[in-house]
Write a protein that binds this ligand. Sequence first.
Ligand code: ZN
Length: 293
Amino acid sequence: MPRLIADPATRVAALRQERMPITDATSGSRLRLRAPEPADLTRLAVYLGRAPGPERAGYLGIVEEHEPSEPPATEPGVDWRTLRGCGAHLSDRDAGIFTTVQALANWHATHRFCPRCGSPTESAASGWVRRCTADGSEHFPRTDPSVIVSVTDADERLLLGRGLRWPAGHYSVLAGFVEPGESFEAAVVREVFEESGVRVTDVRYLADQPWPFPWSLMVGCTARATTTRLRPDPDEMAEVRWVSRDEYAELLRDGSIRVPGGISIARRLIERWLGQPVEVVAGRRVADRWGAR
Ligand SMILES: [Zn+2]
């Protein structure tokens, strides 16, 4: 790690208060990578790999969280933005870098003590391990699997829910963590029943997405409802409802429904059911302030 930080060819993706520096261009948004600086030796650094090509530049994620809270140096055309705020406009490479560094930073920040003996742990293996300073035990980054599911009934209506603390108009497809001993399929069946009272079958994997808030992996599925009567879980859901495509389009057009953020797999599941992007259906740019900063 010190060798990489000493090499001016190394490219650094800096993370500060969950934000990375982004340049916006008409062709899209890009991470503004920087050269290493001496202060990086004292910061949390995670090794991301080497670029292909003759230069083989090393890539590091550097967490600047512990800086004094001075505002980030403002450069023309550079904005410090969160992953939720800019992820939808980044290339796969840049989104992957941001997601990886954010997930590792979240994990380091909350795993400072050994689960065996309670002594402090320190970053090791280029940021991919935390090692106990007392007993040497190694602890690895967590990834918590969650399922998120597009449930449709025989009339092709979609099952949507609104969580207890979500503002009015915010609806999404149902989701929840996979519990110990469960397959993804079993988790879908249980979560949908718990949250809505609906029984489902025919669970199919569709796509997945790392979701570093704080360190999940969202597994997107579809499922077919075998019952339609709704019995929302009062401890978790403010409301669950069935919507047809026409109803959803109407709610979008009159602005009474808010769609999940542009980077989310929830948005993709809804658009897949809808058959087209929500903005096309709405006929205008859709308010997307759900979680974006
Ligand atoms: Zn220990």
